[in-house]
Design a protein around this ligand. Sequence first.
Ligand SMILES: Cc1cc2nc3c(=O)[nH]c(=O)nc-3n(C[C@H](O)[C@H](O)[C@H](O)COP(=O)(O)O)c2cc1C
Length: 436
Amino acid sequence: MARNLFAPSAFKARDLCDTIRALADRLMEPSSNLEQSFSGRTILVGVCGGIAAYKCAEVVSALRQAGADVHVILTEAAQKFVSQLTFFALSGNAVHADLFAEGSAWDVAHISLVRKSDAFLVLNATANTLAKLAHGLADNLLTTCVLATRRPVLVAAAMNTAMLEAEPTQANIAALQERGFEFVEPGAGFLACGEVGDGRLADPQTILSATAGLLRRSQSLRGRRVVVTAGPTREFADPARFLSNPSSGRMGFALAIEARRRGADVTLISGPTQLPAPADLRFVPVTTASEMHAAVLEHLDGASLFIGAAAVADFRPADVSLDKVKKEGAATTMALSANPDIIADVAARRLPGCFVLGFAAETDDLEANARKKMEKKNLDCIVANDIGADLSSFGGSHTQATLLWPGGRREPLPRAPKKVVAGMLLDRITDALPGM
Ligand SMILES: Cc1cc2nc3c(=O)[nH]c(=O)nc-3n(C[C@H](O)[C@H](O)[C@H](O)COP(=O)(O)O)c2cc1C
């Protein structure tokens, strides 16, 4: 059986496999950097009720030795396997377990612990807790605190192979990944249930290195201003009709949220979408290409990164009627005027030090057309998206993108949820930002 958290289920199996492979490489951090990674950091560790709960003690101890301030939350079931005393002794901090205890989640000091933490680890994550987290349940201290956190969350699951492969568990993992949770792939081997297979808690060293990678990424854009455009634009011909495209805005929103998670000061300028305005960033809703153009120029000052992920209409109706045009006697052709070229204008007007990333959605000659766009508009890099029938990413939740750089360099990325692709793109762009 393949050693893969997401492999066996028929449920979105291809997407899930792609996702975990894409994530596996970027989770790891060289162990030599660990002390540097953890010194002065506050880590919340949730431990769930499974047989591997004892191994979480080793993770807590290693985090503390590496310089982290570690605070542990145990579920009720976890306490059947391990004691609060063990984690108190290893972390050097009071251990939390009861949602309704005095000084618990509703105590201001406690919520502030959630806020001041740099990362949240959910260890020995059970099928039960994954299900609760995927559905936003908050019925114990651990699930309540995870729901309340805006910090990056890393999950290391552990369970019997059949539970891991069960369709609901796979769907819950997929849902959490969609929300930006990262997963450490579980190990394979002898399980406490007597079977041999996938589902063992990952090694403490693997969990530590994945946490270090998570922390590094969460700070990588601190002090940077990032401006992102997203979604379609609408170009009205009359109050009831407009020209537009199927862009959902998901890619741009995912990039803005990911940049925010990495510490950037983010402005997201978006055309009309079904997506809620993300928290903790400057959200500027617009409708037309001209409005988006004006908003971009207004917010560009001081930006170190501009990401043009919006699908901006190239043309708008030349004549706009204030009243709805009646069918009878209406013209069957429409005169069009060119819209401003937002990304070309940004590239032309940007101050030194601003990196410009464009997107090209193409149905044919993908890379050649994308390169042409990058060169013509003087972009620093471009993401080529195949919007052909097979791999349609326009409007969907997944995408397959290739990052193209001047000079012929190309980086094909695996097909994955847009939220995961956003992380992969920022991993690569961040190193190329001036002054990094
Ligand atoms: C001996 C024993 C071992 C268990 N091991 C696991 C496990 O490894 N993974 C898992 O998902 N559930 C395991 N369970 C079931 C969980 O303890 C149970 O679903 C519990 O409700 C989880 O609660 P929690 O998610 O709040 O920690 C085990 C149960 C027992 C009795």
